[in-house]
Design a protein around this ligand. Structure first.
Ligand SMILES: NCc1[nH]cc(CCC(=O)O)c1CC(=O)O
Length: 315
């Protein structure tokens, strides 16, 4: 960059606004977490002229291979990263948004929800077969009760096998023949440049994704106003509204419904088309509904809660 150009001036000015030439970014150390956080870091550097340094944090979700349901849910991926934020070891943190519990602490804020990656679930099979073409008795791996319930409803004859681990581990189970198929987030494959390995990408109203799947949450300390503003330059309004609606469905259903939940909002016209599902983990019951949602944050959350109440009544 040539010194003295208007672009350089603008970058210096904005970097100076947070009073730090270099920002430290907290992230988990998995290949997926590093890929998504470094993509965000590059975008932030381009947009604002700050420099970003990566600080890898190991979380309980990385060191403990027990099922997430036995460990207190997806929150196990975020606690250690938030602790680094509170301790001042990092300035901001990048999380997979679907790993954030719905009840957030008040001392950290989601300062940016960047534009979303592919939100769909993907099927990977050894020979490229789609779900409908898997033979009865085929073994399909997932550790997610949401995926298990919906897969069992779609294909009652399949055998769902519990599976956890990083993307590489899960894909390896198909390659080594221990499983016939695995279902995982398309966003994870895309961020690792492996989306081409998917045999099928499920339409979001057929296999409804997890709330906020494919989205990132960029958090910083709530009292760091200049940084909240700087990170906010990468906020994507449509993604934020969609995620607000989807997480409102989940938050409302967590009170009094332990069944797995999917929720997904897709931009349509000037609003969002929100669909949500509750299943039993064995797939014997599946309740599905959809609703139109306005693009503003308060309206999106209210519409999500209303859809959740209707679902709960019906299920
Ligand atoms: N709970 C693990 C997790 N958290 C986020 C992703 C994928 C990427 C995303 O949804 O942003 C995954 C893996 C998966 O579901 O296959």
């Amino acid at each position: 960059m040539t010194p003295g150009t208007p672009a350089t001036y603008g970058m210096r000015f904005r970097g100076a606004a947070v009073g730090r030439a270099t920002l430290r970014m907290g992230t988990r150390r998995s290949a997926l977490a590093l890929a998504q956080s470094s993509a965000f870091a590059r975008a932030l550097e381009r947009a604002t002229g700050v420099r970003v340094e990566t600080v890898g944090v190991t979380t309980e979700g990385d060191t403990n291979s027990a099922p997430l349901t036995a460990m207190g849910g997806t929150g196990v991926f975020v606690q250690a990263v938030r602790a680094a934020l509170r301790a001042g070891a990092v300035d901001f943190a990048v999380h997979s948004y679907k790993d954030l519990p719905t009840a957030g602490p008040s001392d950290v804020v989601v300062a940016a929800v960047p534009v979303r990656e592919d939100p769909r679930d993907a099927l990977v099979t050894a020979d490229g077969r789609t779900l409908d073409r898997l033979p009865a008795g085929a073994r399909i791996g997932t550790g997610s009760p949401r995926r298990a319930g919906q897969l069992a409803a779609l294909r009652p004859g399949l055998v769902v096998v519990p599976l956890r681990g990083n993307v590489d581990t899960r894909l390896g189970r198909v390659r080594d023949g221990r499983l016939d198929a695995v279902v995982l987030a398309a966003a994870g494959l895309a961020r690792l440049g492996r989306l081409g390995e998917a045999a099928e990408l499920f339409a979001p109203d057929r296999l409804v994704p997890a709330p906020a799947q494919g989205a990132l949450a960029v958090e910083c300390r709530a009292d760091d106003a200049a940084l909240v503003r700087l990170l906010g330059s990468l906020d994507h309004v449509v993604t934020r509204a969609a995620v607000d609606a989807e997480r409102a469905v989940l938050a409302e259903l967590e009170a009094g419904c332990s069944a797995p939940v999917g929720a997904h909002a897709r931009p349509v016209g000037r609003g969002l088309d929100l669909c949500a599902v509750i299943t039993e983990t064995d797939g014997r019951r599946r309740t599905f509904r959809r609703a139109e949602v306005p693009l503003d944050p308060a309206g999106a959350a209210a519409a999500g809660r209303e859809l959740a109440r209707a679902l709960r009544k019906e299920h």
